[in-house]
Design a protein around this ligand. Structure first.
Ligand code: F6R
Length: 616
Protein backbone atom coordinates (compact mmCIF):
# COMPACT_ATOMS: atom_id res chain seq x y z
CA UNK A 1 0.00 0.00 0.00
CA UNK A 2 2.95 2.35 0.04
CA UNK A 3 4.39 3.90 -3.10
CA UNK A 4 8.04 3.38 -3.92
CA UNK A 5 10.31 5.01 -6.49
CA UNK A 6 14.04 4.74 -7.21
CA UNK A 7 16.30 6.43 -9.74
CA UNK A 8 19.89 6.40 -11.03
CA UNK A 9 21.00 8.68 -13.88
CA UNK A 10 22.03 12.15 -14.95
CA UNK A 11 18.92 13.98 -13.83
CA UNK A 12 18.44 15.57 -10.45
CA UNK A 13 16.98 12.49 -8.79
CA UNK A 14 14.83 14.60 -6.46
CA UNK A 15 12.77 15.81 -9.43
CA UNK A 16 12.23 12.25 -10.63
CA UNK A 17 11.38 11.03 -7.14
CA UNK A 18 8.88 13.79 -6.37
CA UNK A 19 7.21 13.40 -9.78
CA UNK A 20 6.99 9.63 -9.26
CA UNK A 21 5.65 10.01 -5.74
CA UNK A 22 3.00 12.41 -6.95
CA UNK A 23 1.77 9.69 -9.31
CA UNK A 24 2.02 7.00 -6.67
CA UNK A 25 0.43 8.99 -3.88
CA UNK A 26 -2.83 7.12 -4.43
CA UNK A 27 -1.10 4.11 -2.82
CA UNK A 28 -0.76 5.81 0.54
CA UNK A 29 -0.70 9.37 1.69
CA UNK A 30 -0.04 9.70 5.38
CA UNK A 31 3.66 10.56 5.12
CA UNK A 32 6.42 10.77 2.54
CA UNK A 33 10.19 10.88 2.33
CA UNK A 34 13.22 10.80 0.05
CA UNK A 35 16.94 10.02 0.20
CA UNK A 36 19.36 11.41 -2.38
CA UNK A 37 23.01 10.44 -2.91
CA UNK A 38 25.40 12.51 -5.02
CA UNK A 39 28.39 11.27 -7.02
CA UNK A 40 30.74 11.93 -4.11
CA UNK A 41 28.67 9.81 -1.76
CA UNK A 42 27.06 12.60 0.21
CA UNK A 43 23.58 11.46 1.27
CA UNK A 44 20.68 13.65 2.36
CA UNK A 45 17.21 12.65 3.46
CA UNK A 46 13.94 14.42 4.17
CA UNK A 47 10.67 12.99 5.46
CA UNK A 48 7.43 14.41 6.76
CA UNK A 49 4.10 13.20 8.13
CA UNK A 50 1.13 14.29 6.03
CA UNK A 51 0.45 14.33 2.34
CA UNK A 52 3.23 14.70 -0.21
CA UNK A 53 2.58 18.44 -0.34
CA UNK A 54 3.95 18.78 3.20
CA UNK A 55 7.24 17.21 2.10
CA UNK A 56 7.28 19.26 -1.11
CA UNK A 57 6.87 22.49 0.91
CA UNK A 58 9.63 21.40 3.25
CA UNK A 59 11.96 20.71 0.31
CA UNK A 60 11.20 24.13 -1.10
CA UNK A 61 12.22 25.73 2.18
CA UNK A 62 15.26 23.46 2.63
CA UNK A 63 16.32 22.05 -0.74
CA UNK A 64 18.44 18.90 -0.89
CA UNK A 65 21.62 18.83 -2.94
CA UNK A 66 21.68 17.69 -6.55
CA UNK A 67 22.22 13.95 -6.61
CA UNK A 68 21.74 11.47 -9.43
CA UNK A 69 20.80 8.53 -7.18
CA UNK A 70 17.73 8.45 -4.99
CA UNK A 71 14.78 6.65 -3.45
CA UNK A 72 11.37 8.03 -2.46
CA UNK A 73 8.40 6.73 -0.51
CA UNK A 74 4.79 7.62 0.18
CA UNK A 75 3.32 5.75 3.12
CA UNK A 76 0.14 4.07 4.30
CA UNK A 77 0.90 3.30 7.93
CA UNK A 78 0.88 -0.27 9.21
CA UNK A 79 3.44 -0.51 12.04
CA UNK A 80 3.65 2.79 13.89
CA UNK A 81 1.42 5.82 13.38
CA UNK A 82 1.85 8.41 10.64
CA UNK A 83 4.56 10.57 12.23
CA UNK A 84 7.74 12.20 10.91
CA UNK A 85 9.77 9.63 12.76
CA UNK A 86 7.92 6.63 11.35
CA UNK A 87 8.02 8.01 7.80
CA UNK A 88 10.47 6.37 5.39
CA UNK A 89 13.37 6.29 4.55
CA UNK A 90 14.84 4.62 7.60
CA UNK A 91 18.57 4.67 8.17
CA UNK A 92 21.11 1.98 8.99
CA UNK A 93 24.88 1.63 9.23
CA UNK A 94 25.04 4.78 11.37
CA UNK A 95 23.21 6.90 8.85
CA UNK A 96 25.21 5.73 5.85
CA UNK A 97 22.38 3.82 4.20
CA UNK A 98 18.71 4.59 3.60
CA UNK A 99 15.93 2.09 3.02
CA UNK A 100 12.25 2.26 2.07
CA UNK A 101 9.64 -0.47 2.28
CA UNK A 102 6.17 -1.45 1.14
CA UNK A 103 4.48 -4.36 2.93
CA UNK A 104 4.74 -5.96 6.35
CA UNK A 105 7.77 -7.76 7.75
CA UNK A 106 6.13 -10.43 9.85
CA UNK A 107 9.20 -11.55 11.81
CA UNK A 108 10.30 -8.01 12.64
CA UNK A 109 9.99 -8.39 16.42
CA UNK A 110 12.34 -11.37 16.66
CA UNK A 111 14.83 -9.62 14.35
CA UNK A 112 14.54 -6.48 16.45
CA UNK A 113 15.30 -8.41 19.62
CA UNK A 114 18.34 -9.95 17.96
CA UNK A 115 19.59 -6.52 16.88
CA UNK A 116 18.83 -4.91 20.25
CA UNK A 117 20.79 -7.69 21.96
CA UNK A 118 23.75 -6.81 19.74
CA UNK A 119 23.54 -3.18 20.88
CA UNK A 120 21.75 -1.61 17.91
CA UNK A 121 19.16 1.06 18.64
CA UNK A 122 15.96 2.18 16.93
CA UNK A 123 14.26 5.51 16.48
CA UNK A 124 10.86 4.48 15.13
CA UNK A 125 8.13 1.96 15.84
CA UNK A 126 8.25 0.53 12.34
CA UNK A 127 9.06 -2.92 11.01
CA UNK A 128 10.96 -1.15 8.23
CA UNK A 129 13.65 0.26 10.48
CA UNK A 130 14.48 -3.30 11.51
CA UNK A 131 15.29 -4.10 7.87
CA UNK A 132 17.39 -0.93 7.62
CA UNK A 133 19.40 -1.73 10.73
CA UNK A 134 19.79 -5.36 9.66
CA UNK A 135 21.05 -4.20 6.26
CA UNK A 136 23.54 -1.96 8.05
CA UNK A 137 24.85 -4.87 10.06
CA UNK A 138 25.11 -7.05 6.96
CA UNK A 139 26.88 -4.24 5.09
CA UNK A 140 29.47 -4.01 7.82
CA UNK A 141 30.07 -7.77 7.45
CA UNK A 142 30.01 -8.05 3.64
CA UNK A 143 31.39 -4.69 2.59
CA UNK A 144 29.19 -4.45 -0.50
CA UNK A 145 25.57 -3.45 -0.91
CA UNK A 146 24.41 -6.26 -3.19
CA UNK A 147 25.67 -9.06 -0.91
CA UNK A 148 24.44 -7.30 2.21
CA UNK A 149 21.03 -6.78 0.65
CA UNK A 150 20.79 -10.44 -0.36
CA UNK A 151 21.72 -11.56 3.13
CA UNK A 152 19.12 -9.18 4.58
CA UNK A 153 16.13 -10.12 2.44
CA UNK A 154 16.83 -13.80 3.01
CA UNK A 155 16.14 -13.20 6.71
CA UNK A 156 12.80 -11.47 6.18
CA UNK A 157 9.35 -13.05 6.30
CA UNK A 158 6.11 -11.53 5.10
CA UNK A 159 5.46 -9.14 2.26
CA UNK A 160 7.98 -6.59 1.14
CA UNK A 161 9.30 -4.45 -1.58
CA UNK A 162 12.50 -2.83 -0.37
CA UNK A 163 14.77 -0.27 -2.00
CA UNK A 164 18.06 0.85 -0.52
CA UNK A 165 20.99 3.16 -1.24
CA UNK A 166 24.36 3.40 0.53
CA UNK A 167 26.57 6.45 0.49
CA UNK A 168 29.68 4.32 -0.14
CA UNK A 169 28.11 3.09 -3.39
CA UNK A 170 26.73 6.16 -5.16
CA UNK A 171 25.09 5.33 -8.48
CA UNK A 172 23.42 2.12 -7.25
CA UNK A 173 19.89 1.40 -6.04
CA UNK A 174 19.10 -2.13 -4.93
CA UNK A 175 15.59 -3.51 -4.64
CA UNK A 176 13.84 -6.75 -3.78
CA UNK A 177 10.31 -8.01 -3.75
CA UNK A 178 8.21 -10.73 -2.16
CA UNK A 179 4.40 -10.57 -2.41
CA UNK A 180 4.54 -6.87 -3.13
CA UNK A 181 5.03 -5.09 -6.47
CA UNK A 182 8.21 -3.76 -8.05
CA UNK A 183 8.68 -2.68 -11.65
CA UNK A 184 11.88 -1.55 -13.44
CA UNK A 185 11.84 1.31 -15.95
CA UNK A 186 14.55 0.94 -18.61
CA UNK A 187 16.00 4.25 -19.80
CA UNK A 188 18.96 5.44 -21.88
CA UNK A 189 21.79 6.14 -19.45
CA UNK A 190 19.30 6.04 -16.59
CA UNK A 191 17.11 3.45 -14.91
CA UNK A 192 14.11 3.57 -12.62
CA UNK A 193 12.28 1.48 -10.06
CA UNK A 194 8.69 1.91 -9.00
CA UNK A 195 5.73 0.27 -7.31
CA UNK A 196 4.08 0.57 -10.68
CA UNK A 197 4.89 2.06 -14.05
CA UNK A 198 3.17 5.35 -13.16
CA UNK A 199 6.33 6.13 -11.17
CA UNK A 200 8.43 6.56 -14.32
CA UNK A 201 6.16 6.50 -17.40
CA UNK A 202 6.97 10.17 -17.93
CA UNK A 203 10.54 9.12 -18.83
CA UNK A 204 10.30 5.64 -20.32
CA UNK A 205 7.62 3.22 -21.49
CA UNK A 206 9.91 0.22 -21.45
CA UNK A 207 9.31 -1.74 -18.25
CA UNK A 208 10.17 -5.04 -16.57
CA UNK A 209 8.06 -6.64 -13.84
CA UNK A 210 10.37 -7.99 -11.12
CA UNK A 211 9.38 -11.55 -10.23
CA UNK A 212 8.59 -13.06 -6.84
CA UNK A 213 11.65 -13.38 -4.57
CA UNK A 214 13.93 -11.51 -6.91
CA UNK A 215 16.52 -8.83 -6.33
CA UNK A 216 17.41 -6.04 -8.71
CA UNK A 217 20.36 -3.67 -8.78
CA UNK A 218 20.20 -0.66 -11.08
CA UNK A 219 22.96 1.72 -12.10
CA UNK A 220 22.70 4.34 -14.85
CA UNK A 221 23.80 1.81 -17.50
CA UNK A 222 22.93 -1.58 -16.12
CA UNK A 223 20.08 -3.61 -14.67
CA UNK A 224 20.91 -6.91 -12.98
CA UNK A 225 18.20 -9.20 -11.65
CA UNK A 226 18.95 -12.23 -9.47
CA UNK A 227 17.06 -14.55 -7.19
CA UNK A 228 17.53 -14.35 -3.42
CA UNK A 229 20.48 -16.76 -3.72
CA UNK A 230 22.23 -14.42 -6.15
CA UNK A 231 21.66 -16.53 -9.28
CA UNK A 232 21.11 -14.33 -12.38
CA UNK A 233 17.56 -14.24 -13.73
CA UNK A 234 16.57 -13.53 -17.34
CA UNK A 235 13.95 -10.84 -17.74
CA UNK A 236 11.65 -9.63 -20.47
CA UNK A 237 10.52 -6.07 -20.96
CA UNK A 238 7.05 -4.84 -21.97
CA UNK A 239 5.80 -1.58 -23.40
CA UNK A 240 3.54 0.51 -21.17
CA UNK A 241 0.28 0.89 -23.09
CA UNK A 242 -0.63 4.39 -21.94
CA UNK A 243 0.90 7.86 -21.90
CA UNK A 244 2.07 9.82 -18.90
CA UNK A 245 -0.75 12.29 -19.61
CA UNK A 246 -3.29 9.53 -18.86
CA UNK A 247 -2.16 9.63 -15.24
CA UNK A 248 -2.51 13.42 -14.98
CA UNK A 249 -5.59 15.39 -13.95
CA UNK A 250 -5.51 17.36 -17.19
CA UNK A 251 -7.62 20.28 -16.06
CA UNK A 252 -10.19 18.27 -14.05
CA UNK A 253 -10.81 19.30 -10.45
CA UNK A 254 -10.15 15.75 -9.26
CA UNK A 255 -8.93 12.44 -10.64
CA UNK A 256 -12.26 10.89 -9.75
CA UNK A 257 -14.18 13.44 -11.80
CA UNK A 258 -11.87 12.74 -14.72
CA UNK A 259 -12.15 8.99 -14.31
CA UNK A 260 -15.95 9.05 -14.06
CA UNK A 261 -15.99 10.95 -17.35
CA UNK A 262 -13.61 8.41 -18.92
CA UNK A 263 -16.03 5.52 -18.45
CA UNK A 264 -17.32 5.42 -22.04
CA UNK A 265 -13.71 5.13 -23.18
CA UNK A 266 -12.86 2.52 -20.53
CA UNK A 267 -15.63 0.26 -21.84
CA UNK A 268 -14.83 0.96 -25.50
CA UNK A 269 -11.11 0.28 -24.98
CA UNK A 270 -11.84 -2.95 -23.13
CA UNK A 271 -13.97 -4.06 -26.09
CA UNK A 272 -11.51 -2.88 -28.72
CA UNK A 273 -10.16 -5.70 -30.87
CA UNK A 274 -12.19 -8.27 -28.96
CA UNK A 275 -15.37 -8.17 -31.02
CA UNK A 276 -14.53 -9.25 -34.57
CA UNK A 277 -17.23 -9.87 -37.18
CA UNK A 278 -19.87 -10.20 -34.50
CA UNK A 279 -17.88 -12.75 -32.45
CA UNK A 280 -15.84 -12.47 -29.26
CA UNK A 281 -12.11 -12.93 -29.74
CA UNK A 282 -9.94 -13.11 -26.64
CA UNK A 283 -6.43 -14.11 -27.77
CA UNK A 284 -5.21 -13.98 -24.15
CA UNK A 285 -7.29 -17.10 -23.48
CA UNK A 286 -5.53 -19.21 -26.08
CA UNK A 287 -4.10 -21.35 -23.28
CA UNK A 288 -7.67 -22.37 -22.46
CA UNK A 289 -8.76 -24.64 -25.29
CA UNK A 290 -12.45 -24.98 -26.14
CA UNK A 291 -12.49 -28.51 -24.69
CA UNK A 292 -11.19 -27.23 -21.41
CA UNK A 293 -13.79 -24.46 -21.29
CA UNK A 294 -16.51 -26.99 -22.06
CA UNK A 295 -15.25 -29.16 -19.21
CA UNK A 296 -15.57 -26.47 -16.52
CA UNK A 297 -18.23 -27.39 -14.00
CA UNK A 298 -18.13 -24.33 -11.80
CA UNK A 299 -16.74 -20.82 -11.71
CA UNK A 300 -15.63 -19.14 -8.51
CA UNK A 301 -15.04 -15.41 -8.71
CA UNK A 302 -12.76 -13.91 -6.08
CA UNK A 303 -12.30 -10.21 -5.48
CA UNK A 304 -12.64 -7.48 -2.86
CA UNK A 305 -14.76 -4.34 -2.57
CA UNK A 306 -15.93 -2.78 -5.80
CA UNK A 307 -14.28 -5.52 -7.86
CA UNK A 308 -16.38 -8.11 -6.02
CA UNK A 309 -19.53 -6.21 -6.99
CA UNK A 310 -18.40 -6.39 -10.63
CA UNK A 311 -18.16 -10.15 -10.05
CA UNK A 312 -21.67 -10.23 -8.58
CA UNK A 313 -23.06 -8.45 -11.64
CA UNK A 314 -21.24 -10.86 -13.95
CA UNK A 315 -22.59 -13.88 -12.08
CA UNK A 316 -26.09 -13.13 -13.39
CA UNK A 317 -24.84 -12.77 -16.97
CA UNK A 318 -22.50 -15.78 -17.05
CA UNK A 319 -25.08 -18.10 -15.47
CA UNK A 320 -27.76 -16.90 -17.86
CA UNK A 321 -25.59 -17.06 -20.99
CA UNK A 322 -23.25 -20.00 -20.37
CA UNK A 323 -25.46 -22.02 -17.99
CA UNK A 324 -22.66 -22.66 -15.56
CA UNK A 325 -22.85 -22.10 -11.79
CA UNK A 326 -20.93 -19.04 -10.64
CA UNK A 327 -20.21 -18.18 -7.06
CA UNK A 328 -18.68 -14.90 -5.98
CA UNK A 329 -16.63 -14.70 -2.86
CA UNK A 330 -14.57 -12.10 -1.05
CA UNK A 331 -10.95 -13.16 -1.45
CA UNK A 332 -10.16 -12.82 2.24
CA UNK A 333 -13.00 -15.16 3.19
CA UNK A 334 -12.35 -17.63 0.39
CA UNK A 335 -8.91 -18.82 1.34
CA UNK A 336 -9.63 -19.35 5.01
CA UNK A 337 -12.64 -21.64 4.65
CA UNK A 338 -11.15 -24.63 2.83
CA UNK A 339 -13.23 -24.20 -0.33
CA UNK A 340 -13.83 -27.26 -2.45
CA UNK A 341 -11.78 -26.81 -5.60
CA UNK A 342 -10.60 -29.15 -8.32
CA UNK A 343 -9.42 -29.14 -11.91
CA UNK A 344 -13.02 -28.58 -13.11
CA UNK A 345 -13.30 -25.34 -11.14
CA UNK A 346 -12.28 -22.15 -12.86
CA UNK A 347 -11.26 -19.41 -10.48
CA UNK A 348 -11.64 -15.91 -11.92
CA UNK A 349 -10.01 -13.15 -9.90
CA UNK A 350 -10.87 -9.49 -10.43
CA UNK A 351 -8.50 -6.73 -9.41
CA UNK A 352 -7.93 -3.25 -10.74
CA UNK A 353 -4.47 -2.99 -9.21
CA UNK A 354 -3.51 -6.62 -9.64
CA UNK A 355 -1.77 -6.31 -6.28
CA UNK A 356 -4.52 -6.70 -3.67
CA UNK A 357 -2.88 -9.07 -1.21
CA UNK A 358 -6.09 -10.86 -0.21
CA UNK A 359 -6.87 -11.64 -3.84
CA UNK A 360 -3.29 -12.58 -4.66
CA UNK A 361 -3.17 -15.06 -1.79
CA UNK A 362 -6.55 -16.49 -2.79
CA UNK A 363 -5.31 -17.02 -6.37
CA UNK A 364 -2.20 -18.79 -5.11
CA UNK A 365 -4.32 -20.94 -2.85
CA UNK A 366 -6.66 -21.85 -5.72
CA UNK A 367 -3.73 -22.91 -7.89
CA UNK A 368 -2.26 -25.00 -5.11
CA UNK A 369 -5.61 -26.79 -4.89
CA UNK A 370 -5.46 -27.62 -8.60
CA UNK A 371 -7.92 -25.03 -9.95
CA UNK A 372 -7.25 -23.14 -13.17
CA UNK A 373 -7.13 -19.38 -12.78
CA UNK A 374 -7.92 -16.37 -14.93
CA UNK A 375 -7.19 -12.82 -13.82
CA UNK A 376 -9.27 -9.80 -14.85
CA UNK A 377 -6.85 -6.96 -14.23
CA UNK A 378 -6.25 -3.33 -15.17
CA UNK A 379 -2.53 -3.04 -14.41
CA UNK A 380 0.09 -4.41 -16.78
CA UNK A 381 2.84 -6.43 -15.20
CA UNK A 382 1.04 -6.67 -11.84
CA UNK A 383 1.49 -9.69 -9.61
CA UNK A 384 -1.97 -11.31 -9.77
CA UNK A 385 -1.92 -11.73 -13.57
CA UNK A 386 1.56 -13.19 -13.33
CA UNK A 387 0.38 -15.70 -10.74
CA UNK A 388 -2.61 -16.74 -12.91
CA UNK A 389 -2.90 -19.12 -15.85
CA UNK A 390 -4.23 -16.33 -18.09
CA UNK A 391 -5.13 -12.66 -17.89
CA UNK A 392 -7.83 -10.66 -19.62
CA UNK A 393 -6.79 -7.05 -19.20
CA UNK A 394 -9.33 -4.31 -18.76
CA UNK A 395 -8.16 -1.27 -20.67
CA UNK A 396 -9.52 1.44 -18.41
CA UNK A 397 -6.16 3.27 -18.29
CA UNK A 398 -4.57 4.27 -14.99
CA UNK A 399 -7.08 4.73 -12.19
CA UNK A 400 -5.61 7.17 -9.69
CA UNK A 401 -8.54 8.22 -7.48
CA UNK A 402 -8.77 5.81 -4.59
CA UNK A 403 -12.46 5.09 -5.21
CA UNK A 404 -12.83 2.78 -8.17
CA UNK A 405 -15.12 3.95 -10.99
CA UNK A 406 -13.94 3.36 -14.54
CA UNK A 407 -12.23 0.12 -13.57
CA UNK A 408 -15.61 -1.20 -12.35
CA UNK A 409 -17.39 -0.74 -15.68
CA UNK A 410 -14.34 -2.11 -17.51
CA UNK A 411 -14.34 -5.18 -15.24
CA UNK A 412 -18.00 -5.89 -16.01
CA UNK A 413 -17.25 -5.43 -19.71
CA UNK A 414 -14.35 -7.91 -19.66
CA UNK A 415 -16.40 -10.42 -17.67
CA UNK A 416 -19.30 -10.09 -20.11
CA UNK A 417 -16.94 -10.74 -23.01
CA UNK A 418 -15.69 -13.79 -21.20
CA UNK A 419 -19.27 -14.94 -20.48
CA UNK A 420 -20.24 -14.60 -24.12
CA UNK A 421 -17.08 -16.43 -25.21
CA UNK A 422 -17.97 -19.27 -22.83
CA UNK A 423 -21.55 -19.33 -24.09
CA UNK A 424 -20.35 -19.72 -27.68
CA UNK A 425 -17.88 -22.46 -26.82
CA UNK A 426 -20.42 -24.32 -24.71
CA UNK A 427 -23.15 -23.85 -27.30
CA UNK A 428 -25.58 -22.30 -24.82
CA UNK A 429 -26.33 -19.23 -26.94
CA UNK A 430 -27.15 -19.28 -30.64
CA UNK A 431 -25.49 -17.00 -33.19
CA UNK A 432 -28.35 -14.52 -33.24
CA UNK A 433 -28.55 -14.25 -29.46
CA UNK A 434 -24.78 -13.83 -29.19
CA UNK A 435 -24.84 -11.10 -31.80
CA UNK A 436 -27.69 -9.34 -29.99
CA UNK A 437 -25.82 -9.36 -26.68
CA UNK A 438 -22.63 -8.11 -28.33
CA UNK A 439 -24.56 -5.32 -30.00
CA UNK A 440 -25.89 -4.29 -26.55
CA UNK A 441 -22.39 -4.38 -25.13
CA UNK A 442 -20.90 -2.27 -27.90
CA UNK A 443 -23.69 0.29 -27.42
CA UNK A 444 -22.77 0.80 -23.75
CA UNK A 445 -20.13 3.56 -24.20
CA UNK A 446 -22.59 5.80 -26.01
CA UNK A 447 -25.25 5.16 -23.36
CA UNK A 448 -22.86 5.95 -20.50
CA UNK A 449 -22.14 9.19 -22.31
CA UNK A 450 -25.85 9.97 -22.11
CA UNK A 451 -25.97 9.16 -18.39
CA UNK A 452 -23.06 11.55 -17.85
CA UNK A 453 -25.39 14.20 -19.27
CA UNK A 454 -27.48 13.80 -16.07
CA UNK A 455 -24.48 14.77 -13.90
CA UNK A 456 -25.79 18.27 -13.22
CA UNK A 457 -29.05 16.99 -11.80
CA UNK A 458 -27.28 14.44 -9.60
CA UNK A 459 -24.87 17.11 -8.38
CA UNK A 460 -27.80 19.28 -7.35
CA UNK A 461 -29.32 16.41 -5.39
CA UNK A 462 -26.03 15.82 -3.62
CA UNK A 463 -25.69 19.48 -2.69
CA UNK A 464 -29.22 19.53 -1.24
CA UNK A 465 -28.36 16.45 0.78
CA UNK A 466 -25.00 17.58 2.14
CA UNK A 467 -26.25 17.28 5.75
CA UNK A 468 -27.67 13.79 5.32
CA UNK A 469 -26.43 11.33 7.91
CA UNK A 470 -27.66 8.07 6.42
CA UNK A 471 -28.66 6.82 2.98
CA UNK A 472 -30.01 3.47 1.84
CA UNK A 473 -29.64 1.87 -1.60
CA UNK A 474 -31.97 -0.80 -2.93
CA UNK A 475 -31.83 -3.01 -6.00
CA UNK A 476 -32.85 -6.43 -7.20
CA UNK A 477 -31.15 -8.91 -9.53
CA UNK A 478 -28.23 -7.07 -11.19
CA UNK A 479 -29.43 -3.92 -9.46
CA UNK A 480 -28.52 -5.45 -6.09
CA UNK A 481 -24.72 -5.29 -6.52
CA UNK A 482 -25.20 -1.77 -7.88
CA UNK A 483 -27.00 -0.85 -4.65
CA UNK A 484 -24.04 -2.27 -2.71
CA UNK A 485 -21.62 -0.28 -4.87
CA UNK A 486 -23.63 2.93 -4.42
CA UNK A 487 -23.46 2.47 -0.65
CA UNK A 488 -19.73 1.69 -0.69
CA UNK A 489 -18.96 4.79 -2.76
CA UNK A 490 -20.89 7.00 -0.36
CA UNK A 491 -19.25 5.51 2.74
CA UNK A 492 -15.73 5.83 1.45
CA UNK A 493 -16.06 9.26 -0.15
CA UNK A 494 -18.52 11.17 2.02
CA UNK A 495 -18.07 9.28 5.33
CA UNK A 496 -21.83 8.84 5.58
CA UNK A 497 -23.54 5.77 6.91
CA UNK A 498 -24.89 3.94 3.87
CA UNK A 499 -26.28 0.46 3.33
CA UNK A 500 -27.12 -1.43 0.18
CA UNK A 501 -29.87 -4.06 0.26
CA UNK A 502 -31.53 -6.50 -2.06
CA UNK A 503 -34.95 -4.84 -2.26
CA UNK A 504 -36.68 -8.17 -1.60
CA UNK A 505 -34.87 -8.41 1.72
CA UNK A 506 -36.41 -5.20 3.05
CA UNK A 507 -39.36 -6.85 4.73
CA UNK A 508 -37.05 -9.28 6.48
CA UNK A 509 -35.60 -6.58 8.69
CA UNK A 510 -34.07 -3.50 7.08
CA UNK A 511 -37.45 -1.80 6.60
CA UNK A 512 -37.27 -0.97 10.31
CA UNK A 513 -34.57 1.56 9.39
CA UNK A 514 -36.98 3.61 7.29
CA UNK A 515 -38.02 6.83 8.96
CA UNK A 516 -39.47 10.06 7.61
CA UNK A 517 -37.04 11.89 5.33
CA UNK A 518 -34.51 9.05 5.01
CA UNK A 519 -33.08 9.19 1.47
CA UNK A 520 -33.33 5.87 -0.35
CA UNK A 521 -31.89 5.32 -3.81
CA UNK A 522 -33.71 2.62 -5.74
CA UNK A 523 -32.26 1.01 -8.86
CA UNK A 524 -35.40 0.30 -10.89
CA UNK A 525 -35.26 -2.43 -13.55
CA UNK A 526 -36.72 -1.83 -16.98
CA UNK A 527 -40.46 -2.66 -17.27
CA UNK A 528 -40.10 -3.72 -20.89
CA UNK A 529 -39.02 -7.33 -20.50
CA UNK A 530 -40.67 -10.67 -19.79
CA UNK A 531 -40.33 -11.62 -16.16
CA UNK A 532 -39.24 -8.06 -15.37
CA UNK A 533 -38.88 -7.34 -11.67
CA UNK A 534 -40.17 -3.84 -12.27
CA UNK A 535 -43.58 -4.36 -10.59
CA UNK A 536 -41.93 -5.87 -7.55
CA UNK A 537 -39.48 -2.99 -7.19
CA UNK A 538 -42.31 -0.47 -7.60
CA UNK A 539 -44.10 -2.25 -4.74
CA UNK A 540 -40.94 -1.99 -2.65
CA UNK A 541 -40.85 1.72 -3.39
CA UNK A 542 -44.46 2.09 -2.27
CA UNK A 543 -43.69 0.27 0.97
CA UNK A 544 -40.85 2.59 1.91
CA UNK A 545 -42.62 5.70 0.66
CA UNK A 546 -45.58 4.85 2.90
CA UNK A 547 -43.14 5.04 5.81
CA UNK A 548 -41.84 8.45 4.86
CA UNK A 549 -38.67 7.59 2.89
CA UNK A 550 -37.48 10.10 0.35
CA UNK A 551 -37.13 8.02 -2.81
CA UNK A 552 -34.62 8.74 -5.54
CA UNK A 553 -35.26 6.35 -8.40
CA UNK A 554 -32.69 5.44 -11.05
CA UNK A 555 -35.07 4.42 -13.81
CA UNK A 556 -34.99 4.05 -17.55
CA UNK A 557 -36.19 6.80 -19.85
CA UNK A 558 -39.94 6.67 -20.33
CA UNK A 559 -40.70 4.58 -17.24
CA UNK A 560 -43.74 6.51 -16.03
CA UNK A 561 -44.79 3.95 -13.41
CA UNK A 562 -42.20 5.20 -10.90
CA UNK A 563 -43.26 8.84 -11.14
CA UNK A 564 -46.12 8.80 -8.60
CA UNK A 565 -43.91 7.19 -5.97
CA UNK A 566 -40.48 8.78 -6.43
CA UNK A 567 -39.41 12.15 -5.09
CA UNK A 568 -36.70 12.36 -7.72
CA UNK A 569 -36.00 10.34 -10.84
CA UNK A 570 -32.62 10.08 -12.54
CA UNK A 571 -33.00 8.69 -16.04
CA UNK A 572 -30.81 6.13 -17.77
CA UNK A 573 -31.14 5.10 -21.44
CA UNK A 574 -33.01 1.95 -22.46
CA UNK A 575 -30.97 -1.24 -22.14
CA UNK A 576 -31.68 -4.93 -21.55
CA UNK A 577 -31.58 -5.93 -17.88
CA UNK A 578 -28.04 -7.30 -17.86
CA UNK A 579 -26.66 -4.06 -19.27
CA UNK A 580 -28.46 -1.70 -16.90
CA UNK A 581 -25.78 -1.96 -14.16
CA UNK A 582 -23.23 -0.36 -16.47
CA UNK A 583 -25.51 2.67 -16.68
CA UNK A 584 -27.19 2.76 -13.26
CA UNK A 585 -23.90 2.83 -11.37
CA UNK A 586 -22.84 6.13 -12.92
CA UNK A 587 -25.32 8.44 -11.12
CA UNK A 588 -24.45 6.73 -7.84
CA UNK A 589 -20.73 7.38 -8.37
CA UNK A 590 -21.47 11.00 -9.21
CA UNK A 591 -23.73 11.38 -6.18
CA UNK A 592 -21.03 10.16 -3.80
CA UNK A 593 -18.37 12.33 -5.44
CA UNK A 594 -20.54 15.46 -5.33
CA UNK A 595 -21.60 14.89 -1.74
CA UNK A 596 -17.98 14.46 -0.74
CA UNK A 597 -17.13 17.69 -2.48
CA UNK A 598 -20.11 19.48 -0.94
CA UNK A 599 -18.75 18.46 2.48
CA UNK A 600 -15.33 19.83 1.56
CA UNK A 601 -13.65 16.41 1.66
CA UNK A 602 -10.79 15.06 -0.42
CA UNK A 603 -12.51 13.12 -3.21
CA UNK A 604 -9.37 11.48 -4.53
CA UNK A 605 -7.77 10.50 -1.26
CA UNK A 606 -10.42 9.65 1.33
CA UNK A 607 -9.27 9.22 4.91
CA UNK A 608 -7.76 5.94 6.12
CA UNK A 609 -7.72 4.39 2.65
CA UNK A 610 -5.18 3.57 -0.02
CA UNK A 611 -5.75 2.46 -3.55
CA UNK A 612 -3.78 -0.70 -3.60
CA UNK A 613 -4.24 -2.87 -0.51
CA UNK A 614 -1.03 -4.85 -0.50
CA UNK A 615 -1.32 -6.00 3.10
CA UNK A 616 -3.73 -8.57 4.51
C1 F6R B 1 -13.70 1.02 -3.67
C2 F6R B 1 -12.46 0.39 -4.07
C3 F6R B 1 -12.06 -0.86 -3.41
C4 F6R B 1 -11.36 -1.81 -4.40
C5 F6R B 1 -10.80 -3.03 -3.66
C6 F6R B 1 -10.14 -4.01 -4.62
O1 F6R B 1 -13.95 2.18 -4.41
O2 F6R B 1 -11.74 0.90 -4.89
O3 F6R B 1 -13.13 -1.50 -2.79
O4 F6R B 1 -12.27 -2.18 -5.38
O5 F6R B 1 -9.88 -2.62 -2.70
O6 F6R B 1 -9.06 -3.41 -5.27
P1 F6R B 1 -8.43 -4.07 -6.56
O7 F6R B 1 -9.47 -4.01 -7.64
O8 F6R B 1 -7.23 -3.25 -6.89
O9 F6R B 1 -8.10 -5.49 -6.20
Amino acid sequence: MCGIVGYVGERNSLDVLMGGLRRLEYRGYDSAGVAVVDDDGAMETAKRAGKLKVLADELERNPLHHGGTGIGHTRWATHGGPTDRNAHPHLGDEGRLALIHNGIIENFSELKEELLAEGHSFESETDTEVAAVLLGREYRAAGDLRTAFRNTVSRLEGAFTLLAVHRSEPGVVVGARRNSPLVIGLGEGENFLGSDVAAFVEYTKSAVAVGQDQIVAITADEVVVTDFAGEPVEFESFEVAWDASAAEKGGWSSFMRKEVSEQPEAVANTLRGRVVDGAVVIPELEGFGDDELRGIRRITVIACGTASYAGMVAKYAIEQWARIPVEVELSHEFRYREPVLDADTLVVSISQSGETMDTLMAVKYAREQGARTISICNTQGATIPRESDAVVYTHAGPEVAVASTKAFVAQITALYLFGLHLARVRGTLGEAELAAQLAELTAVPEKIEQVLGEAGKVAQLAHWMADTRSVLFLGRHVGYPIALEGALKLKELAYIHAEGFAAGELKHGPIALIEPGLPVFVVVPSPRHDRSLHPKVVSNIQEIRARGARVIAIAEAGDAAVLPFADEVVRIPLASPLFEPLLAVVPLQIFAMELSQAKGLDVDQPRNLAKSVTVE
